[in-house]
Design a protein around this ligand. Structure first.
Ligand SMILES: CSCCC(=O)C(=O)COP(=O)(O)O
Ligand SMILES: [Mg+2]
Length: 224
């Protein structure tokens, strides 16, 4: 049982949302749409940044490079920015609704009622994060969220400096971070955040992790 934090900071994939939704729905969607998107947006900022990051000089080379990154689940900010742009059309047209575990909106209401702020820290771009919570199977959840962070704005999720930057931006040190990934939780704990590790269904327990483990956001597990 933990005491109530001022802010709950949440990872997405494996924490609020089933990993399979990200890997089996969102990633294939971006993989399929990538060639047309790159060809049509060759001179846009996001594609220019990706050209620089990959060193690709032609359309085919860039598509090949970014496709390999998607297949390897590389959390490269330039790829994430392009994926966010691609997913916008799918979410806004109603083609896709995001998966969010049922205990998540229930916890959002409980935390909001207690004055606890809720923020997101994901490798997905801030644009993609906002889309995911606006177009969820459980309705528009963005009204519960007061901050979004990604590696472009904060730093890499496995580095302590990212959590230090987030603490500065939030203006408090009373922050609980919930994630499924031990390396992210280790970095957050070193920065001074309290940590909880999500063990969602079908995910193997990391025996080497020393973070308290929960299977849902229920108050009898988290204590807040
Ligand atoms: C709408 S965010 C899409 C998810 C994504 O692209 C991703 O890489 C998730 O990473 P996380 O840091 O949330 O595990
Ligand atoms: Mg995760």
């Amino acid at each position: 049982m933990g005491s109530a934090p001022e802010v709950v900071l949440l990872d997405i994939e494996g924490t609020t949302t089933d990993i399979s939704f990200v890997h089996d729905v969102l990633f294939p969607l971006s993989r399929r749409a990538l060639p047309e998107y790159i060809a049509e947006h060759w001179n846009d900022d996001e594609v220019r940044d990706a050209r620089e990051a990959t060193g690709a000089s032609d359309i085919g080379g860039l598509i090949e490079h970014l496709t390999a990154w998607i297949d390897a689940d590389r959390k490269e900010p330039t790829l994430k920015a392009i994926q966010g742009k691609i997913w916008r059309g799918a979410f806004e047209s109603g083609q896709v609704k995001s998966h969010v575990y049922p205990d998540v909106p229930v916890a959002f209401q409980r935390w909001k009622a207690r004055g606890i702020r809720i923020a997101i820290f994901s490798s997905g771009s801030i644009e993609a994060q906002e889309l995911l919570f606006r177009h969820s199977e459980q309705g528009d959840l963005t009204g519960f969220l007061s901050g979004y962070f990604d590696p472009t704005t904060a730093g890499p999720k496995r580095e302590v400096r990212a959590y230090e930057a987030i603490l500065r931006a939030l203006g408090t040190r009373q922050v609980a971070f919930l994630s499924d990934v031990t390396a992210e939780l280790d970095a957050a704990r070193t920065a001074g955040l309290s940590t909880w590790q999500l063990l969602r269904p079908g995910v193997a327990d990391d025996a080497g992790s020393t973070h308290p483990k929960v299977s849902t956001f229920a108050p009898d597990e988290l204590g807040f």
